[in-house]
Structures are given as C-alpha cells and as structure tokens.
Design a protein around this ligand. Structure first.
Ligand SMILES: Nc1ncnc2c1ncn2[C@@H]1O[C@H](COP(=O)(O)OP(=O)(O)OP(=O)(O)O)[C@@H](O)[C@H]1O
Ligand SMILES: [Mg+2]
Length: 241
C-alpha cells in the first residue's frame, strides 16, 4: 500500500496576466508530496519554481487545476481559510530572513511558538531547543544585527519549524549566502527534517544540492521535466559545490 500524500496536486496551471500579455508560469503540473520527504526543486530561472511553491503554500492560486492538502481542497478555500492554513500548517523560509530586528533570536522564535501555543490543535516545539537543533544554542540572546547572514537564516529556519508545521517551504534559502555558510544552512534544514519529520521542499539554483535530497524535481517551462528519488542522500558537507 502506498502512503497517503500530504499534497495531491493535479493539472496545476498558472497564467499571469500583465495587461494584454499572458505569461504562462505553470502548464499542467501533477504532483504528490509525502510526509517527511526532503525534496529539492531545480530548474532554470522562470521555469515556475516559485509559482509552484507559492501555490502549495496558499500564497497564490492556480488558474486551473486543484491542490488537495490532507482532506482539504486548497483551491476551493476562502482567503480566511488560506490564512489559517498558512498559519497552522506551513513554514516558509525565503532568501531574506525577515527577522524582527528589535527581538533576540530566542524572542523571534518564541513569538511564533506563543501564537501556536494558544491555537487549538497546534503543538509547537520548545524555541530554545529548536535553536539548538539548528546549531544556535549559544546565540539565543543575540539580536539579528549581531548575527551573520547564515546565522540569521538559521534563526528563520528555527522560527519556521518551531511551530511544527506539516510542510516547510524554502525558496532559495541559501541564495544570499556564500558556499560554506550555505552548507551550514542546508545542514540545519536536513537536521530539522530528520528530527521533526517535516516535509521539506527547497528551491535552489545549485544542482549539487540534489545530492542531499530524498527526491529531486526538475521544472522546465512550467512543467515537471523529471522527478527522481535518491536512495542515498548525503550530508551537505559531502556535496561538491
Ligand atoms: N506576479 C507575476 N506577474 C507576472 N508574471 C509573473 C509573476 N510571477 C511570476 N511571473 C512569471 O512567471 C514565470 C515563472 O516565474 P517563477 O517566479 O515561478 O519562476 P522561478 O522558476 O521561480 O524563477 P527564478 O529561478 O528566477 O526565481 C516567469 O516567466 C515569470 O516572469
Ligand atoms: Mg523563484
């Protein structure tokens, strides 16, 4: 028996309209994503990677097709339901960290876990524990300006996973970082994925990141060009960059 997918997307299409011009961003994507997977999405600029991620995260709606998350049809959800879906089920990590500058690392994470704590059905992780998980146990009281870019990104990862979302969606999480720092960030993502079992989807321009994934999707021209499983994912340290 095959496991139940967390996401079941069929026939996803997205056309952006810019005045009279229509820009097709996705052209018929079928995709099932499973709990606990570590998925890397590769593809040239403009191939639809961010569009796909934003649709899965309930930040954007497809022009055609459907996305089912567990028992819910995201494509039929109201704005209020989508806001709740994002808050309760999705963690986002973007290229820029968007931490609150006046709060310490611990406070940035605690803000999110406190909100989750007061939400029925949510069971957030301990904020300090989560910062330790991403290797920042000795930086709890630092403000963002006192942290390197890679450390700030790891705070952002801790913040996103600490509410224990069902899925962590990362759009070029290492895009602003040098190679060594990028590897630390990827190691933090891999560790969080393994320890917490969160389905993790990472968009990257760096093809060598594929080596650490359970599954590699390649997008081309708004369609899935390949979808491969990797039975021997490695740690980011072992990737040749
Ligand atoms: N808000 C928008 N309005 C109009 N066109 C858009 C919009 N967002 C994306 N597009 C277009 O849709 C296509 C897919 O964009 P998308 O951002 O998904 O690509 P991507 O694979 O993430 O690229 P990159 O690697 O450069 O981030 C592109 O042609 C892009 O110009
Ligand atoms: Mg993009």
């Amino acid at each position: 028996m095959s496991p139940t997918p967390l996401f079941h997307a069929r026939g996803l299409a997205k056309v952006y309209r810019m005045g009279q011009v229509e820009v097709p961003a996705l052209r018929g994507v079928d995709l099932d994503l499973f709990p606990g997977e570590f998925v890397v999405i590769l593809g040239p600029s403009g191939s639809g990677k961010s569009t796909l991620l934003n649709i899965l995260g309930g930040l954007d709606a497809p022009t055609a097709g459907s996305v089912q998350f567990k028992d819910h049809q995201l494509t039929e959800a109201s704005e209020t339901e989508l806001t709740r879906y994002r808050r309760e089920h999705v963690g986002f990590v973007f290229q820029f960290y968007n931490l609150i500058p006046s709060l310490t690392a611990l406070e940035n994470v605690s803000l999110v876990t406190a909100l989750a704590d007061s939400t029925p059905g949510m069971k957030p992780a301990d904020p300090a524990e989560t910062l330790r998980l991403v290797g920042l146990g000795d930086r709890l009281d630092n403000f963002p300006a006192q942290l390197s870019g890679g450390e700030q990104q790891r705070v952002a990862i801790a913040r996103a996973v600490a509410k224990r979302p069902d899925v962590l969606l990362c759009d070029e999480p290492t895009g602003a970082l040098d190679v060594e720092t990028g590897k630390l960030v990827l190691a933090a993502l891999q560790r969080a994925n393994r320890e917490l079992g969160t389905l993790t989807v990472i968009i990257t321009h760096n093809a060598s990141v594929a080596g650490m994934a359970d599954r590699v999707l390649r997008l081309r021209n708004g369609a899935i060009a390949s979808d491969e499983r990797n039975s021997t994912p490695v740690a980011p340290d072992a990737l040749s960059w």
